[in-house]
Write a new protein. Sequence first.
Length: 141
Amino acid sequence: MAADASRQVVLDSSFLIAWHNTRDVHHSAAARTMVELAAGRWGRPILLEYVFLEVVTVLMARRGLDAARAVADALLGAGDTDFVACSDLFVETYEVFRSQSRAELSFVDAAVVTVARRERAAVATFDRGFQGVAGVDVIGA
C-alpha cells in the first residue's frame, strides 16, 4: 500500500500482540510496521475498545499481569491514537459478523472491519481472515 497520511489504520489484536510480545513469531514484522506507523505513513491509528480488551486479556494469559498492565497503560496513554468505544458499533458489527460466508472473522474482527469500512482505513494485522474482505486493505501481514 502506498503512503497516505490522510488515511487511518485500525490496529488489530494480532498486530498489537505481536508488537508487545517479543516471543511472537510476527514480532519483527510488527516492529518494522510500527516504525512506519509512528512515522505517519498511514495516518492516525485507531484502537477499538474490543481490540484493547482482547490484547490485554491475551497478553495477561501469555506474559502475565504486569506485562498486560504495562501494555494497557501504554495503549490508553497513546495520545496519537484514536480510541473508539464499541457500544454504538454493536448492531453494525453483528451484521458484518453474521453475513460472512465462512467463519473467518471473530466478532472483534467484524468490529475492525466495520470501522475500517466506515473510515476507509487500512487494518494492521497478521490475521489472514482479513485477506480478501471487501473494503479492507491490510498492512503488516
